[in-house]
Design a protein around this ligand. Structure first.
Ligand code: GDP
Ligand code: MG
Length: 293
């Protein structure tokens, strides 16, 4: 199979931005996609943010399989991490965010005999492209606030947004997913997070169809009117059976070339598009496992 490679160009700049912002915030909101929280994370943050309280915000919880999201939250709790699934687009679940952030923020203690002026908890958002960073910033700022001006003495470009009694840095840190694990990279492509040049949708179906057949039996059969039997064959042996399956889907959906032959590429594009738009239903694309971490 073709390998997915990805050479981030702006990583150095992001690294610098996060290093600078790190000391200005109390808590970092690390956004990942609830459908594949590990594949959509960047492990570089573990080093960049070592010792900094972090809340793992699992966006697109509305598209993920709720029972798998619950399993992920338990998995993170076992690993000492706080995780909160939410829908950054509608804002559903964001009401839980600030209480979680406050609980994570370091308690500031004043030296004996002095008084500490209370100040707002400060936070920033980081995450891969398209994970919902802008949506969450918009949600939080529309909920409770207006932008406040530059903070003199910090930097000219950093802007803070009032969010209830907290402050959010208005510029998110953009990271790229780490694409060393090819299964994770393919799942990211299926989720729509990345668009690899060398993999067309037919190629992505080679990963997606056996996987969905295993984890959500009956789903493809029902949606596309194909029988389970051919799905089992595809799961065992890719190539001709996959093409035959795509032909059947193409025929059922009227995706044919001139002359009437089914268009397998358009059928594959349809399947992948229906994953990405949620038409196939709520799906998680990665399960927690205890191995490999
Ligand atoms: N269904 C759903 N869509 C989301 C969610 N968060 C973001 N989106 C959509 O994903 C796309 C990218 O979101 P955006 O906030 O621009 O991501 P950014 O690149 O991280 O800033 C937009 O079309 C959003 O409407 C979510 O939690 N659920
Ligand atoms: Mg954005």
């Amino acid at each position: 199979m073709e390998q997915i490679h990805w050479y981030p160009g702006h990583m150095a700049r992001t690294r610098k931005m996060i290093q600078e912002a790190r000391s200005l915030v109390d808590v970092v909101l690390e956004l990942v996609d609830a459908r594949l929280p590990k594949a959509s994370a960047n492990p570089m943050l573990d080093t960049l943010l070592a010792g900094k309280p972090r809340l793992l915000v699992m966006t697109r919880a509305d598209m993920a399989d709720p029972k798998v999201s619950r399993a992920w939250v338990e998995y993170y709790v076992r690993h000492g991490r706080a995780a909160l699934p939410l829908d950054a687009r509608t804002g559903h679940g964001t009401e839980k965010l600030l209480p979680r952030v406050r609980a994570l923020a370091p308690k500031r203690s004043a030296p004996v005999g002095t008084q500490l002026r209370p100040r707002a908890v400060r936070m920033m958002i980081v995450g891969i492209p398209n994970v919902g960073k802008s949506s969450l910033i918009n949600r939080l700022s529309h909920r409770a606030g207006t932008k406040i001006g530059d903070r003199p003495g910090i930097t000219k470009t950093l802007q803070w947004i009032h969010v209830a009694d907290a402050q959010l840095l208005d510029t998110p840190g953009i990271l790229w997913p780490k694409l060393e694990d090819q299964q994770a990279a393919r799942m990211l492509a299926i989720s729509g997070a990345i668009k690899p040049e060398l993999l067309d949708e037919e190629e992505l179906c080679k990963t997606f169809i056996p996987w969905v057949h295993q984890h959500y039996p009956g789903l493809l059969a029902e949606r596309y009117g194909v029988d389970e039997e051919i799905l089992s064959v595809v799961a065992d042996e890719l190539g001709p059976p996959l093409l035959e399956l795509l032909e059947r889907i193409g025929l059922r959906r009227g995706l044919v070339r001139t002359g009437g032959a089914p268009d397998t590429l358009r059928a594959a594009e349809l399947v992948i598009r229906e994953v990405q738009t949620g038409k196939l239903g709520r799906l998680s694309l990665e399960w927690p496992t205890e191995s490999g971490d």
